[in-house]
Design a protein around this ligand. Sequence first.
Ligand code: M6R
Length: 605
Amino acid sequence: MCGIVGYTGKREAVGLLMDGLRCLEYRGYDSAGVSFFEEGRLETVKAKGRISNLEARLSGQEHCSHCGIAHTRWATHGAPSDTNSHPHTAKHLSLVHNGIIENYAQLRRELEEQGAVFVSETDTEVAARLIDSLYEGDPMEAIIRALKRLRGAFAFGIVFRDYPDRVYAVRNASPLIAARGEGESFIASDIPAILPYTKQYYILESGEMAVLTPDAIQFFDWEGHPVQKELLTSTLTVQQAEKGGYDHFMLKEIHEQPQALRDTLSPRLADGLPDFSSDGLAPDFFRGVSHIHIAACGSASYAGQVGRWAIERLARIPVTVEIASEFRYQDPILAPGDLVIVISQSGETADSLAALRLAKERGVPTLAIVNVAGSSIAREADFVLYTHAGPEIAVATTKGYSVQVGILYLIALRAALEREILPREACAGLVSRLQEALSLLPQALELEKDCSRAAQSLRDVSSMFYIGRGQDHSLSLEGALKLKEISYIQCEAYAAGELKHGTISLITQGTPVVALLTESELAAKTVSNIQEVKARGAMVIAVCLPGISLPEGLCDILITLPPLPELFAPLGAIIPLQFLAYHTACLKGCDVDKPRNLAKSVTVE
Ligand code: M6R
C-alpha cells in the first residue's frame, strides 16, 4: 500500500526516482509525486493518477538533482487528487508516507490551534507538519520528538531543506529497506526499486530510523542510539522484475507457474517423500497437531481452502480457514495442540500479520507460508516455509496462489506420513502423482486459446457465477475473485448444491455460469446442478477433467483439462480460470496489471 523511494548519491536523482516508482506502482496508483533538491532548492511535483501523469508534468525539464524522495499512492485518507498526493511539504521539509497515522485527527486539531494551516485531507500531512513544528535545526531530534506522538503504522522518507544531500527514513510496521551502492544510498518499500543499482540492502525494523548520505547509512533506534545491522544480498534479478516479452506481468506470471511450483516443491522432497527439515521443522512437527487454523486474506485464504481439503482428507487433521481480518476480532478458540498457519505472498498484509501476532500472544505455534524473503510475517512467525515463486508484480496473484496450494499439498502429505495415516510407500505414490500433476501444467497452459475464445462470450456481461463442489468450490472462489478484480464483472462463487436454496433466482436467460468438475465422485451431483441452471437459461462454460463425461448439449463451451490426478487437479484447473479472467479483462480494455482501487500489498487494516 503506497510505494516509497528515496535516493542520495552520484546519479541524477529525478530519473532514478521515477524508475523506482515504476517498479513500485503495483503498490498503489492513485497519484504519484517527487521532491528533489536542484540548485539548492527543494522542488516538489505531484500529479493525481498514474505515474505517467507525473512523468508528463516533469517532461521537458532537464534535471541535475542528486537527492530526493518519491511516492506512489494508494489512497486511504482523502480522495485521489493533486493536493492529497505525496510528498507533503512544510516549511523545513518534505515527507512521503506508507501506512496510516491513527491519531491524525487529534494531532491535526492541536497543530491547527498552534496556527498550522493544512492544505490536504491526509493523515500524512499531519506527520509532516508535526515534525516541522518540532524542528529547531536538528532533523533527528525533531523526528524523535514527533515519533513519541505518532500512533499507527508508518514508513517515512523525509528530506530537510537545510540538508540537501540527506534522506531520513523511519519505520513502524510498514515495510522499508535501505540500500547501499558505491557513493550512493537508497530507501525503498520493496527490493525491485533498487535492483538496477545494487543488491546490498538492510531491512529497517519497526522502531528504527536511518540517516542516508551518499557515503553511508547510519541506523538508530527511536531514542537516537546507534544500531548495528546486517547487510543482506538480494538474490532477485532485474529480469525477474520485467515483463520479458509478455503483454502483461499477469500473463508472464501465469506462464511461470510450472517453474515456480518446481522451485517450491523440489527442495522439499527427500527420497520421494515430503521433508521440511531444511526449513527447520522437526521430523514429527505435525504428528501431535490436533487442529490447524489457516489465517489469510483474499487469494491466500482461497489457497488455504484448497489446502484444507487435502489436509483433512489425507492427514485427518481438522482445519478451519479464517479470513485474517476476522480472525483477530472474533476471539478465536485456540487450544494446546493447535497450529496457526498464516499464508501470505507479500508477507506484509496487515490483517494477516495481526492474526499471526494474536496467535503468538496466545502461545500457539505459528507457521508462515510466505513468498517474500525477510518480510514481516516471515520474520515474526515461529517457522516459515518460503514459496519460491520469484517476484509477483501483477496485482492479481497467479503463481503466488499456486505455490501456496502446492506447499499445502506437501504439508498434507507430510502430516499424513508423520501421523502414520499414510504408509511411506503410499505417501511416495501420492508424491509421484503430485509430480505428475506438475508435469501436466504445460498442457494446461496450452488451453489459453480456448479460454480467450470463451472470454468473447463474457466481455459484455454484467454478472455471472462460478459453481463447483468440494475442492471445486474452493477453486471457484479463486476463479471468481480473479475475474472480479481485473474485469470488474460482478461474479459470485457458489457451492453448486447450494445455488437452489436462493441464489438460483438470479439465473436468467444468458447468465454465464462457469462449472468446475475435477472430482469424479461429485461429478454426477454437479451435473444435476448444471442441468438446473441450464433449464433456466444459463450459458454454461464447463471446465472438466477428461475422465468425467458430461451429457450431450449440457454445456455451451467445454474446456477439457489435461488428465490431472484428481487430488491435485486444482494446480492445473486454476490455469484456465486465470486465462479466462485475463482475456476477459483484456477484451474489455481493463488495466490488467493494475486494476482500479487495488494495491498489491495491503499494509493497512
Ligand atoms: O500478499 P498476500 O498474499 O497476503 O495478499 C493477500 C491478498 O491481498 C491477495 O491475495 C489478493 O486477494 C490478490 N490481489 C488477489 O489476486
